[in-house]
Design a protein around this ligand. Structure first.
Ligand code: OFO
Length: 182
């Protein structure tokens, strides 16, 4: 049986993941405004990923007989200096999320909550990929510097990113993941 302490910590994580979605939605809007539609696409795909992260925890809480307690989502920034600024902030945010996942895992271990440990393993793996993706793009942006031609080429590449996670959660996350093959 899952303990209240764990349910409460998982609810906080739902809020962090929802904020992540909100942050990347804001970055996507900013990219559209400055004419970088490929970057806008990349961040909107990331928005969908974050909604999945939040909804997986939401469903896990319910499956464990816990109460989902949604909290207000803080306002994300909406102006940024440059694509490099956005990805530097994205990486810093993901490192913060990784630390929060690690804290959840430590709590699950301390509480001898094996089910939650197994559940959280997916997030531990996911965070490695998230940080790697951001690091790769940061390196490319550092090479590009002020070369607008190269920046537009990267924008074209990022336009090709597609959403591979489910976006309709009405039948539950597990069903949606099976259906989308995610
Ligand atoms: Fe970007 O991994 Fe969730 O927040």
């Amino acid at each position: 049986m899952i303990k209240e302490k764990m349910i409460s910590a998982l609810n906080e994580q739902v809020n962090r993941e929802m904020y992540s979605a909100y942050l990347y939605m804001s970055m996507s809007a900013h990219c559209s405004t400055i004419g970088l539609k490929g970057f806008a696409n990349w961040f909107m795909v990331q928005y969908h990923e974050e909604m999945l992260h939040a909804m997986k925890i939401y469903e896990y809480i319910l499956r464990q007989g816990g109460e989902v307690r949604l909290q207000s989502i803080k306002t994300p920034p909406y102006t940024f200096e440059s694509p490099l600024d956005m990805f530097t902030k994205t990486l810093a945010h993901e490192q913060y999320i990784t630390a929060s996942i690690n804290e959840l895992m430590e709590l699950a271990i301390a509480e001898k909550d094996h089910a939650t440990q197994i559940f959280l393993e997916w997030y531990v793996t996911e965070q490695v990929e998230e940080e790697e993706n951001d690091n790769d793009i940061i390196q490319q942006l550092k090479i590009i510097k002020d070369n607008s031609h190269a920046l537009l080429m990267l924008d074209r590449e990022l336009a090709g990113r597609i959403t591979t996670v489910p976006t309709d959660f009405s039948k539950g996350i597990e069903a949606a993941m099976k259906q989308s093959g995610a």
